[in-house]
Design a protein around this ligand. Structure first.
Ligand code: AMP
Length: 127
């Protein structure tokens, strides 16, 4: 089923299963608000996913339903991940797919962190 980012949270999604420890992951950083781990199919030299620990389907759902402390904690964690990966000086890219046009695959909000070298154009889709 395509992910719209607006459906109810599915607690069987792959990232929910990673959070429950049912599926292994290569953890980069973890705190009470967020877990960061290497993407299984990296699209750059460094490709890490940061996910909130709460059950949010998409960026829209996270912005609407997460508490202020969850939102602050999550974005602070993203910064800590970039620092832990040594990306702050050379730079990096953050990306989050919401729904159909963005091709969101996993219905648990996540931010991609890309780095490790020049990343090229921001997007390549025709428009
Ligand atoms: P998105 O298209 O934004 O929903 O991205 C989902 C990302 O999750 C893709 O980059 C996948 O390679 C990645 N992914 C899927 N399953 C796993 C997994 N078990 N561990 C790590 N990354 C995964």
């Amino acid at each position: 089923m395509p992910v719209t980012g607006l459906e109810p949270y599915d607690d069987q999604n792959i990232f929910a299963r990673i959070l429950r420890g049912e599926i292994p992951n290569k953890t980069v950083y973890e705190d009470e608000c967020a877990l960061a781990f290497h993407d299984i199919s990296p699209q750059a030299s460094v490709h890490v996913l940061v996910i909130p620990k709460g059950p949010y389907v998409s960026s829209v759902d996270f912005a609407a339903r997460a508490s202020d402390s969850e939102i602050a904690g999550f974005w602070r964690a993203v910064g800590k991940v970039a620092a832990a990966l040594g990306l702050e000086t050379e730079g990096y890219r953050l990306l989050s797919n919401h729904g159909l046009n963005a091709g969101q695959e996993v219905p648990h909000f996540h931010v991609h962190v890309f780095g490790g070298g020049p990343l090229g154009r921001m997007i390549s889709a025709n428009h």
